[in-house]
Design a protein around this ligand. Structure first.
Ligand code: UD1
Length: 382
């Protein structure tokens, strides 16, 4: 037996990945694929089932089959009911598999609660996409609070950018526990997008996605009304609006926009189809975090339907602009991009500040480094 075996450096480490929603899958897939290449790591995949159809759609795209599915989703579930069910169902799984590390991504209830239960059981947590902050606990709600909590209990903080690392340092997170990896979504995108062609159309397509809790109700109505006015003003544009499965979101859009010419309300698109629309779009309106990170790869200007963003890199680079959810503001910002070519070109040429396609590799090296299995990886610099 080698001396290193006594130090645990040659033993196999059990790495449990926990996710529950669509974006967590696309952002953890590159890490899972890299981890599976390592003979010294055993991967265990746990889905909370926080989402059902949308999650299954994404799992199919990446050919990932969970080892355990907690199946917690209910129609119109409340945050509290999600919380109780995940805690109750994940604890026995963690206790029976006894992972050496639990890996979570981002800021969903699934990520937060898997971290909480791992912490209660003193299992080290690796947090992918650590350090994003909007500095407003109600925006995005409850995600800002979720990610702050995860940072408090994580042993390994995988920050996508230098700015995210700086946020963590400011909160007193130990520097040696932070590694800047780039965002894994860029890896996933390279993997999927290479074979996807653009839609053949003479119209300027505008992709719209909105689902965030803080935008439910009146803000979402304002967005729908803005879309209605814009199609009347510009005969050469068409809106593509894939609707989140959440019934709250569907009711509002359906009420104002069904049967409006050149507005297509669609079921949630699978990831390759969404990328096809993104690639073909003239511009994008979104409250999603992931789309803010993806769109710059295709040189598409993004108008962010929020008052704050935890992704300031895109704004600073000039590829994205925060416009909020007021009707007049939305109309004015879209009109400006449709009519001002200089502005359009400057926003579409700025490049992607979020990643270089190697974040999955760096993340797995960081995990192995945590267990003393390899050197600390080189960090991502944008
Ligand atoms: C959750 C995350 C959010 C993430 C988003 C991605 C939290 C608190 N929020 O928000 O950070 O950006 O997922 O989509 O974790 N539904 C279905 N089928 C599905 C998926 C959802 O019917 O496949 C419906 C259900 O009625 C469910 C509702 O959508 O009750 C809302 O899902 P929920 O997980 O509560 O929150 P999201 O708003 O999706």
């Amino acid at each position: 037996m080698l001396v290193t075996d006594y130090l645990g450096q040659n033993s196999i480490k059990k790495i449990m990945f926990v996710f529950g929603t669509r974006p967590e899958v696309s952002k953890l897939a590159p890490v899972i694929f890299e981890a599976r290449k390592e003979s010294r790591l055993e991967t265990i995949i746990v889905s909370t089932g926080q989402h059902r159809e949308m999650l299954d759609q994404m799992l199919k795209v990446f050919s990932i089959t969970p080892d355990i599915d907690l199946s917690i989703m209910e129609e119109k579930q409340s945050l509290s009911s999600v919380t109780v069910k995940i805690i109750d169902r994940i604890e026995p799984v963690i206790l029976s598999y006894k992972p050496d590390m639990v890996v979570v991504q981002g800021d969903t209830s699934s990520a937060f609660l898997a971290s909480l239960v791992s912490f209660y059981n003193k299992i080290p947590i690796a947090h992918v996409e650590a350090g994003l902050r909007s500095f407003d606990i109600y925006n995005p709600f409850p995600e800002e609070a979720n990610r702050r909590f995860i940072s408090v209990v994580s042993s390994l903080n995988l920050a996508p950018t230098k700015k995210a690392k700086e946020n963590l340092l400011r909160e007193g997170v130990k520097e040696e526990s932070i590694i800047v990896t780039g965002n894994t979504i860029v890896d996933a995108l390279y993997w999927i997008a290479k074979d996807i062609s653009e839609i053949d159309t003479t119209k300027r397509l505008i992709l719209v996605t909105a689902h965030r809790r803080e935008n439910w109700g009146e803000p979402m109505e304002e967005l729908a009304l803005a879309i209605k006015e814009l199609v009347m003003e510009f005969p050469d544009i068409a809106f593509i609006v894939p609707l989140h499965k959440n019934p709250v979101v569907r009711e509002i859009f359906g009420k104002i926009l069904s049967n409006v010419d050149r507005v297509e309300l669609l079921e949630p698109l699978d990831y390759p189809s969404l990328i096809k629309v993104m690639k073909s779009a003239y511009l994008i309106l979104t409250d999603s975090g992931g789309i803010q990170e993806e769109a710059p790869t295709f040189g598409k200007p993004v108008l962010v339907l929020r008052d704050t963003t935890e992704r300031p890199e895109g704004i600073e680079r000039g590829v994205a602009k925060l416009i909020g959810m007021h009707k007049e503001n939305i109309i004015e910002s879209v009109r400006e991009l449709l009519t001002n070519q200089t502005l359009y070109i400057s926003m579409s040429k700025a490049g992607n500040p979020y990643g270089d396609g190697k974040a999955g590799e760096r993340t797995v090296k960081a995990i192995m480094h945590f267990f003393g299995m390899c050197e600390r990886p080189d960090e991502f610099t944008s």
